[in-house]
Design a protein around this ligand. Structure first.
Ligand SMILES: C=C(O[C@@H]1C=C(C(=O)O)C=C[C@H]1O)C(=O)O
Length: 310
């Protein structure tokens, strides 16, 4: 089965509980151990079928009120998932068995299709298309890495990006080894980060930081409510804060290196030129809009340098 090529860049959004995946901010999905994710996921494959699904899913449900995603160990787990979860996660191993995929797709829950470690783009997209053919188009694709010489599956960000382009479906990056690849994954267009279920709060926090900071730079959000617009502004401000702190440190370096530093060595021509260069990237604000902003930024840096120089 082949996937219909999509021409538009924007992925269709898929709702998982109250979470929107595909448009809006990059979502962070964490394991049971971690506080602070937008959604939690539980893999019953971890239990190897030794734990009753009702019990495991019920426990996860009781512990977390937000969106809950569950990966079954076998088809016997599907009724428990249908009863208490907000999405079903299909592991790469399942892709071999389209009967199981069909049963999962018919639960009426959104489906997260993980790529198996040797599956090609075509094979991976075909699983999503199979869900759609079963009447369930709420499909999210999760790149979970390829088998290589590395100890852990190696995340294939080119494949993840191609999957999003080709299918028009939202894509997640499965971060098996903590959050090291969170920032590159967001830069490559991930709509969400799925942190390994056993990873703790630190990995989730690092994934969140990448989602916020890199997302602010690379993601074009078109919010349509006050709350979502404020959320988008908060993410841009977070990125601005990181850059302002870095800029202040660099400006401080220049003050120490110049023959005359601080306010006494102020170079208005250099300031005009940097504002003009910035205006090329901020044409709507333009030089007139940027000049007072940059004046405040530069003066804050000079004050800081003088304070620290004392
Ligand atoms: C950093 C410098 O010193 C001052 C501060 C500037 C800034 O923060 O960008 C620019 C020009 C100077 O007024 C510099 O000379 O480059």
């Amino acid at each position: 089965m082949s996937s219909t090529p999509h021409t538009e860049r924007e992925a269709r959004a898929v709702r998982i509980g109250n979470l929107c995946v595909g448009t809006g901010p990059v979502v962070v999905i964490g394991g049971e151990a971690a506080a602070g994710p937008d959604a939690r996921w539980v893999s019953l494959r971890e239990h190897g079928g030794r734990r009753r699904a009702e019990e495991a899913v019920g426990e996860a449900r009781a512990a977390f009120a937000g969106p809950l995603l569950v990966e079954p160990f076998s088809s016997a787990d599907l009724p428990a998932i249908q009863a208490a979860a907000d999405a079903v996660v299909i592991g790469g191993e399942w892709a071999q068995d389209l009967g199981l995929v069909g049963t999962a797709a018919r639960l009426g829950l959104p489906v997260v299709v993980r790529r198996g470690p040797t599956a090609t783009l075509e094979e991976w997209l075909a699983v999503g298309d199979y869900c759609a053919a079963e009447g369930n188009d709420d499909v999210v694709l999760c790149e979970s890495g390829s088998r290589t010489h590395l100890a852990r599956p190696a995340l294939d960000l080119a494949l993840m990006r191609a999957a999003r382009e080709r299918s028009g479906r939202p894509v997640l990056a499965g971060l098996a080894g903590g959050a090291d690849l969170a920032a590159p994954a967001v830069a490559a267009g991930a709509d969400g980060l799925m942190v390994a279920p056993e990873a703790g709060a630190e990995a989730v926090a690092r994934a969140r930081e990448a989602a916020v900071l890199i997302g602010a730079v690379v993601r074009q959000e078109v919010p349509d409510t006050v709350a979502t617009a404020r959320g988008a502004i908060d993410r841009v401000d977070a990125a601005l804060a990181v850059l302002l702190e870095r800029r202040a440190a660099l400006a401080g370096v220049v003050q120490r290196l110049k023959p005359v530093g601080g306010f006494a060595g102020r170079d208005m021509e250099r300031e005009r030129r940097l504002v003009a260069a910035m205006a090329e990237r901020a044409p709507t604000l333009g030089e007139a809009g940027l000049a007072p902003v940059m004046n405040a930024v530069i003066e804050a840096g000079l004050r800081l340098a003088e304070r620290q120089g004392r």
